[in-house]
Design a binder for this molecule. Structure first.
Ligand code: FAD
Length: 526
């Protein structure tokens, strides 16, 4: 029997490590609540994780098995459980952040010391972080070049889905765990301290069969945000709906937050409830179907003339654009893998360092969604309400924090980390450093989003804005997009509850340029 350690791969389909274990022997799956990981978690993400685990456990139960659940240091728990179950091997899928790699090295060592075989697989990306490098052998720091190689590579098909015959029967699991508990109680009588975790907590090291803790038991509260459904079925439903319709207009719609123009699969991907090979294979099928549906035969990003009613890009081109987002995810994964310090440090250093203004009141107004810049406030409120924010709006609010409020990107990253259900260290950090002009392939420092024109262009009827900012409902979109130019009386007449802009964009733009010039060691007056 093999013990499979689930982490960010809460699924039985297209799970490389799980399938490899099942190809050799029957499998017992386990999830370990690790205090070191929980120390970086948030109410939103703990709730979402528990929902994902419940869906995973139900899939095991549907197959006559169950998920073992325990709490403690994996380096202590896993050898102990593996020994108790007499498992031949402990198997997991790799995680690429610095913290995860440190933890995994500790677990590998502990298993080695206990004489237990162990095996780690690449699973969460199509192409491993080390596999795509420049011709000189360096990791890529510019996405466009990375993408060219990424898109040329062969892709593995989805790994097989486990069925009941791959799994240890639930009854057997219950008996084994009962025996473990009995042995544990003997141990408790012997030394009285067996149930304590390495950091002195009160975790139950001995696993339960499928019992999930409440957020409170893990030290977290129920979040206020409405978090969407979890699990592989929900992920597939979302993806299928998107690939049947939205993907064929992806490049036209993806920047408009009021349209359902993107897949919204990021949270499922974050928890690994759908495998990336499965997603990719589905996009390839959509691409083939899109091509065959086009009246004049295949077309792509090389272009049709649009005269036949298809848009210029062609259906396949839209699908390829969507695949490009999967490549962004892998691009940022390899950035984090090769530069684990970016979690707290600028990727791109400025000679003199950036002298951020960091005004606490302005940052607080940004967090509350009360900056008086409607598109920014709508995004910040969507984040609190849905634990999600549209990509275009993430870029706008990130630019606003760093280049209008002149606040360090780390304030924004921490806030997103707390509130986003799809928070992914690599993507979140990559997005923030891009916006702050400190990252790989970054937005040049002199390119500064104008929040009013962004709102006007991407939410012309203010549908997105008024969905999340009720104070502006019923106000003419022109007034909304011109809010910064309105007089106090006009504002009081149109939407008395909505605040005036906290800063003047034009002034702050100049200050931002000067701040970055100083950071570059240049004279801001020149
Ligand atoms: C400041 C900032 C912070 C961000 N934080 C995160 C984060 O914590 N987690 C996260 O998954 N994405 C993050 N993104 C990227 C992007 O905003 C989200 O992936 C996207 O909005 C998710 O919606 P979707 O699934 O509908 O995307 P779609 O447009 O349907 O894209 C499909 C998938 O591709 C990936 N993807 C799309 N855009 C990007 C991107 N720019 N970078 C990396 N991967 C991408 C995601 O896995 C996404 O689910 C951030 C972007 C910015 C600017």
């Amino acid at each position: 029997m093999e013990l499979f350690w689930h982490r960010r791969d809460l699924r039985l389909a297209d799970n490389v490590g799980l399938a490899a274990a099942a190809d050799r022997d029957t499998v017992v799956p386990i999830f370990v609540f690790d205090d070191d990981v929980l120390a970086h978690a948030s109410d939103v993400r703990v709730r979402r994780l528990l929902d994902g685990l419940a869906a995973l456990r139900d899939e095991y139960r549907d197959r006559g098995s169950d998920l073992l659940v325990t709490h403690g240091d994996p380096a202590t728990v896993l050898p102990r459980v593996a020994e108790a179950l007499d498992a031949d091997r402990v198997v997991w899928n790799r995680d690429y952040s610095g913290l995860a790699r440190e933890r995994d090295a500790g677990v590998r060592q502990a298993l080695h010391d206990a004489g237990i075989r162990r095996e780690a697989h690449h699973d969460s990306v199509l192409h491993t972080p080390d596999s795509i490098r420049t011709n000189a052998g360096d990791p890529y720091s510019v996405y466009t070049y990375y993408w060219r190689k990424w898109t040329d590579r062969e892709v593995d098909p989805p790994a097989r889905t486990l069925d009941a015959s791959d799994l240890v029967d639930r009854g057997e699991l219950v008996d084994t765990v009962d025996a473990l508990h009995a042995a544990h109680d003997d141990g408790l009588r012997a030394d009285g301290d067996e149930r304590r975790t390495t950091d002195g907590g009160t975790a139950t090291v001995t696993p339960t069969v499928g019992d999930l803790p409440t957020p409170a038991a893990l030290g977290f509260a129920e979040p206020d945000a409405e978090i969407g459904p979890a699990g592989t079925d929900a992920a597939r439903e979302r993806l299928d709906t998107f690939l049947a319709h939205g993907v064929f207009t992806y490049d036209d719609d993806r920047d408009y937050p009021a349209r359902e123009g993107t897949s919204r699969i990021s949270t499922f991907m974050k928890y690994g409830e759908i495998g990336v090979r499965e997603v990719y294979a589905a996009t390839e099928r959509a691409m083939a179907e899109g091509r065959s549906d086009e009246p004049d035969g295949p077309s792509g990003s090389d272009g049709t003339d649009g005269s036949d009613g298809t848009d210029e890009m062609g259906a396949a081109g839209h699908v390829e654009e969507f695949q490009g987002q999967l490549a962004w995810r892998e691009f940022y994964t390899q950035v984090l893998y090769h530069n684990p310090e970016v979690v707290t440090e600028n990727y791109k250093e400025y000679e003199e360092g950036i002298d951020w203004r960091d005004d606490p009141e302005e940052i607080a107004a940004w967090k509350r969604g009360e900056t008086g810049y409607p598109i920014v406030d709508a995004g910040m409120r969507q984040l609190r309400e849905e634990a999600f924010m549209h990509n275009r709006v993430r870029m706008i609010v990130a630019s606003f924090l760093t280049k209008d409020l002149l606040a360090d990107w780390r304030h924004g990253y921490d806030h997103f980390r707390e509130h986003l259900a799809d928070h992914d260290t690599a993507n979140d950090n990559g997005g923030w450093q891009w916006a702050a002009s400190t990252g790989t392939d970054a937005q040049p420092y002199f390119r500064i989003f104008n929040p009013m024109t962004q709102g006007e262009r991407y939410d012309p009827d203010a549908d997105y804005i008024t969905e999340y900012v009720p104070e502006l409902r019923g106000v003419d979109p022109e007034v909304i997009h011109g809010w910064h130019e309105c007089s106090p009386t006009q504002r009081a007449n149109a939407a008395p509850e909505y605040p005036a802009p906290v800063v003047d964009h034009s002034e702050r733009r100049e200050e931002a340029l000067a701040m970055y010039k100083r950071a570059r060691g240049e004279d801001p007056e020149e």
